[in-house]
Write a protein that binds this ligand. Structure first.
Ligand code: AMP
Length: 111
């Protein structure tokens, strides 16, 4: 079981900003920007690579939640959504998640 599943199950605390039947959004414990939120499906999908075409509505929903959170969190100057996947992608928690980052200019390309 991953740490994110334990957050879904309320076994460990998190600063939860949004929840519905499909997903949960909470602040990253090690924020890399003034706003750094993780949006995760309640369905236990280890990574984007493990998702299937059947997950397309869920994946779309996660992005729509990110967009609404960006409005709610007043990221009016823009923001970035990131999905790290696998070892080379820098994924450290094996439960699919979208990072929503904002509140400062973000450099590109990533390291
Ligand atoms: P990734 O490297 O893309 O897998 O991102 C995992 C993210 O989860 C990192 O940004 C961590 O800071 C964050 N994280 C790990 N444990 C927790 C936790 N208990 N609560 C909130 N965020 C966490």
């Amino acid at each position: 079981m991953t740490i994110f599943k334990r957050i879904i199950d309320r076994e460990i605390p998190a600063e939860i900003l949004f929840e519905d039947e499909q997903c949960l959004a909470f602040r990253d414990i090690n924020g890399q920007a003034p706003t750094h939120v993780l949006i995760i499906p309640k369905k236990e999908i280890p990574s984007l690579d493990d998702s299937t075409d059947d997950d397309a509505p869920l994946l779309g929903h996660l992005l729509c939640v990110a967009r609404k959170l960006a409005v709610q969190l007043q990221l009016t100057d823009g923001y970035r959504t990131v999905i790290n996947c696998g070892r080379n992608g820098g994924q450290s928690v094996n439960h699919l998640h979208i990072h929503l980052l904002g509140g400062r200019p973000l450099s590109w390309p990533p390291g």
